[in-house]
Design a protein around this ligand. Structure first.
Ligand SMILES: Nc1ccn([C@H]2C[C@H](O)[C@@H](COP(=O)(O)O)O2)c(=O)n1
Ligand SMILES: [Zn+2]
Length: 175
């Protein structure tokens, strides 16, 4: 064979990122955009045809500047904490969707959805939720969310990574 022709491998590479790892990676990378000093959450909506149609992370509403809004957990009432204002990652992923009908889709989320996001997920006709963390399963908010999903027939699954961690190299130097 001519010396300049690269030997083409006969088989595909086998260490490619599997679909589920890819989709949870998109949710996890989206979470890296969050300004929440305590909990960064990301969500990705994937259609049954494996198309990415929505990404979101927890953040303040449009026009509510991050440096003006409260990011604390404690205050004399809700209006003095982030909880009264922050948009959840799941809601933002739904609001950011780039197609009208997301029925039958799967939401990959770094954290188990709250009851308010569960309602949005159900009403959007998302049929499956894959989550990475579930910090407070006994919290009434998440008990209510689980009841909503179970009653509405939305399947919930804890994410199991094929690759427990991935590295992204954004520098020009080859990894
Ligand atoms: N499924 C969830 C759960 C929480 N979030 C957001 C809401 C807050 O920004 C933060 C939670 O704050 P913490 O009480 O852990 O300090 O995460 C979400 O977007 N989706
Ligand atoms: Zn929520």
């Amino acid at each position: 064979m001519a010396e300049h022709v690269k030997e083409v491998p006969e088989r595909k590479r086998d260490d490619f990122l599997r679909w589920e790892d890819y989709f949870m990676s998109l949710a996890s990378i989206s979470a890296m955009r969050s300004k929440d000093p305590n909990t960064q959450v990301g969500a990705a909506i994937i259609t049954a045809e494996f198309k990415v149609v929505g990404l979101g992370y927890n953040g303040m509403p449009i026009g509510c500047h991050d440096d003006i809004m409260p990011w604390g957990k404690m205050g004399s009432d809700l209006s003095e904490t982030k909880y009264g204002f922050v948009c959840h990652a799941e809601m933002n992923a739904i609001m950011n969707k780039n197609t009208h009908d997301i029925s039958g889709s799967t939401m990959y989320t770094t954290h188990f959805p709250c009851n308010e996001c569960a309602k949005l997920i159900i009403q959007s006709r998302i049929k499956r939720v894959v989550y990475l963390h579930h910090k407070k399963p006994q919290d009434p908010i998440y008990v209510a969310a689980a009841f909503l999903f179970d009653t509405a027939g939305v399947k919930c699954k804890k994410f199991e990574a094929e690759k427990p961690s991935i590295t992204i190299n954004l520098s020009e130097r080859p990894s």
